[in-house]
Design a protein around this ligand. Structure first.
Ligand code: URA
Length: 242
């Protein structure tokens, strides 16, 4: 089993800085396997159960997060000026480098995965795997069968031709329409650009599913939760890591 300094383990697993972790240890607030340890440089087995103020600390296991992204936030690790999705997560997740898997535009809401598992994230985004993403769009104007057909054939945009995409009209009238679209790629503002090329401005866009993981209806906008074991297994299986 690997050993590490207690102050480092406490700092890695909490929001505390290294100096604050040392103070907490000296103050007797930290226990390892039920024993108070007051020496910050004690080398302890990294697999021991640690507590701070009697609260168990999670180990170094990977973090897998499902966030219900609101509109108005950038999908970026950090931006000194604009608010980002990282502002919705506890500082510990940021410190652990829990990163967004791909991007949603500032004006797009819905399901965003974040994780520390770089290999899984890389595979989920790999164009050759073609993981499905489901979006619901409200667009200006009346969608019709010709639009469905154009999506199914693949739409030529300025810099690339979008692959054939399944588009289903849920509701259409002269002012606005609602549709669901499944993409197997993720170019910049792709859904917006595909509808725009058909003369329909996207008024609202929400991601409902990423591969096998759907947006949790019980998760309020702006809230997050960890993925369930079943969701994590399904994601890994989808990219041959199962
Ligand atoms: N397509 C878009 O246009 N925007 C997104 O955020 C995601 C897909």
């Amino acid at each position: 089993m690997s050993k590490a300094r207690l102050d480092k383990l406490i700092s890695d697993r909490t929001d505390l800085s290294r100096a604050e972790a040392k103070q907490a240890i000296r103050a007797g607030r930290v226990q390892a396997a039920g024993q108070v340890i007051r020496t910050p440089d004690a080398r302890v087995d990294a697999s021991l159960a640690l507590t701070l103020d009697q609260t168990p600390l999670r180990g170094d296991s990977e973090l897998y997060i499902l966030l219900h992204k609101p509109t108005g936030l950038l999908t970026a690790a950090r931006d000194s000026k604009a608010p980002t999705v990282m502002d919705l997560l506890p500082p510990l997740f940021v410190k652990r480098r829990c990163m967004p898997v791909g991007r949603l535009d500032k004006d797009t809401s819905g399901l965003l995965l974040l994780m520390t598992d770089g290999e899984l994230a890389h595979r989920l985004l790999s164009p050759k795997r073609g993981i499905e993403k489901l979006y619901e769009a409200q667009v200006a104007g009346k969608l019709d069968a010709a639009d469905v057909q154009a999506f199914a054939e693949g739409i030529a945009l300025n810099d690339f031709t979008a692959k054939p995409a399944d588009m289903r009209i849920l509701d259409a009238n002269d002012e606005t329409s609602t549709a669901q679209v499944i993409l197997t790629e993720g170019k910049h503002r792709q859904v917006r650009r595909m509808f725009a090329s058909r003369g329909h401005e996207v008024l609202a866009l929400k991601r409902l599913r990423f591969g096998p993981v759907g947006l949790d209806k019980n998760l309020p906008v702006g809230a997050y939760r960890e993925l369930t074991d079943a969701e994590m297994r399904a994601l890994k299986e989808a990219v041959d890591l199962g």
